[in-house]
Design a protein around this ligand. Structure first.
Ligand code: AMP
Ligand code: MG
Length: 488
């Protein structure tokens, strides 16, 4: 484990020519203090957790003091935002200090989010508020706990500096880590300018460092695009299976590595509703829960278009056509696993669909319903009333349960073993908006303990944590209508 000054920077992105970024220094954050530190993410970069106790820790992770080997830069990209192409975006408030190489030889890009204006800030102030930093911090770690690919979060540093959104809030800097923050939009920006040489350079860079298995292939660009499509399809299936709604699936928020990236107005579905919209700024529901898989494909088509000189049309078409089958295969495996089926086939879709319809009709909590179903018993005289009584329409449950029972009997499913396997894939704890909100409200009063409590809770979302039982509860009536929007 290393001290802050021992972190080894190996800046690969900064070796690309300056068409790909702008060199920029973080704007000092007045009187920064540590809000929360995540020891689990610190391990990724070999950072000694005891370093968080240093009085000057916040100086380092606010951007006020830079390591000698840092080469701070803001990445350039474009993107389709709600369907409209915006020719130039870029990191408007995130600054990458560099890449840290750990003892295992892995590289982690270290980004400070909220560290001041960059050449890409447009009219923004380059800052992030404490509220949205806490949401990203908790959610990236909650996604990681669920086993879903995501950028990670190392720490939050706060300041009393006011930041104006709908009302005055305070500033914070979130340090996030990812092997790469390159987005679909990182390619689109050069495609729209007709700068093919930069598209090729960036593709070569990403393949060399992040898809090295293709680097020597004469077919490397096709293999790369295909791999991004497969990872995206899998990621969408994983989001659907936990009821995660990203909220702003613009192409500038789509990771070239298939990571969940750029947490804004996200939400975990509570009452099951396929049309659930988590983002108050998306009244049309372009990014509603049930739209996500096809938006993933739409976004891939934008990437494929940007790579059109590297991958010919029939190959691009083939890749796009393989997206849906890949997605459905992952989705089937995940959903069947959630129902405790060990040998799923396409024939199981009606049972899965009927279960979801039952949840929707009865306005059931998505997370809790799957978790509770793990207690289902198959013995002829078994009492499943504790599951059944959750439903308003109990007869409808009985009809479904009969099919479920038959399907389980088909594979001689063992009740106990099934519960164990279901509990391992059906989380008990997800980051409900009201839980994040409680942590935010306490933090805004200067008490950060709830952030740390939630961080620990969501690192083990599948475990029973008896003392944390109340965190599994659906939101109280008063908190059902928390609104989250793009403002952050
Ligand atoms: P997002 O919707 O958070 O993915 O952001 C879209 C674009 O706006 C990105 O280029 C961001 O860097 C930029 N942006 C968002 N908030 C700010 C801000 N407060 N200051 C400057 N740029 C911002
Ligand atoms: Mg973004």
């Amino acid at each position: 484990m290393r001290k802050i000054h021992q972190l080894t920077f190996a800046n690969r992105y900064a070796r690309l020519p300056e068409h790909f970024y702008s060199r920029v220094r973080p704007t000092p954050l007045p009187a920064p203090y540590l809000v929360s530190f995540n020891a689990s993410a610190a391990k990724l970069i070999d950072l000694d957790a005891a370093e968080a106790q240093r009085p000057d820790f916040a100086e380092h992770f606010s951007g006020n003091r830079l390591p000698p080997d840092a080469e701070p830069l803001a990445m350039l990209y474009a993107g389709h935002q709600f369907g409209q192409f915006v020719p130039q975006l870029g990191d408007g408030r995130a600054i990458m200090l560099g890449e840290i190489r750990n003892h295992a030889g892995e590289h982690w890009e270290l980004q400070l989010k909220g560290s001041g204006v960059t050449p890409y800030s447009r009219r923004g102030d380059g800052r992030a508020v404490l509220r949205s930093s806490i949401r990203e911090y908790l959610c990236s770690e909650a996604m990681h706990g669920l086993g879903i690919p995501t950028s990670r979060a190392l720490c939050i540093v706060g300041s009393d500096e006011p930041v104006y959104r709908e009302y005055a809030e305070t500033a914070a800097v979130l340090t996030r880590l990812a092997p790469s923050h390159v987005r679909f939009g990182s390619f689109e920006v050069f495609a729209s300018r007709g700068q093919q040489e930069h598209i090729t350079s960036l593709a070569d860079f990403v393949i060399t460092h992040h898809y090295p298995e293709f680097a020597e292939s004469p077919d490397k660009y096709r293999l790369f695009l295909q791999a991004v499509a497969q990872r995206t399809a899998k990621l969408m299936a994983q989001w659907q299976a936990v009821g995660f709604c990203h909220g702003v699936m613009n192409t500038d928020n789509m990771s070239i590595l298939g990571l969940t990236l750029d947490y804004g107005p996200f939400g975990f579905m509570e009452t099951f509703d396929p049309g659930y919209i988590c983002n108050h700024s998306d009244p049309q529901g372009r990014y509603a829960y049930d739209q996500q898989p096809q938006v993933g494909l739409w976004n891939l088509a934008c990437l494929a278009h940007a790579l059109s000189k590297l991958v010919d049309e029939p190959m691009r078409d083939e890749i796009m056509e393989s997206y849906a089958p890949t997605y459905y295969q992952h989705y089937l495996n995940l959903m069947a696993g959630k129902l405790g089926l060990t040998n799923p086939s396409m024939a199981d879709f009606p049972l899965i669909e009927a279960w979801l319809e039952l949840l929707q009709r009865n306005q059931m909590d998505f997370t809790l319903s799957f978790r509770k179903l793990g207690d289902f018993k198959t013995a002829p005289d078994a009492d499943n009333s504790r599951i059944r009584d959750q439903f308003v329409d109990r007869e409808a449950f009985d009809v479904w349960a009969q099919d479920y029972h038959a399907r389980l009997s088909n594979e001689n499913s063992d009740d106990q073993a099934r519960k164990v396997s279901m509990d391992a894939v059906n989380p008990k704890y997800v980051l409900r908006n009201y839980l994040a909100q409680q942590a935010i409200e306490q933090a805004e009063r200067g008490d950060y303990s709830e952030i740390d409590r939630l961080l620990a809770l969501f690192s083990k979302p599948f475990d029973e944590q008896p003392e944390m039982e109340r965190y599994a509860e659906p939101p109280p009536e008063s908190a059902r209508h928390i609104v989250v929007s793009c403002s952050s």
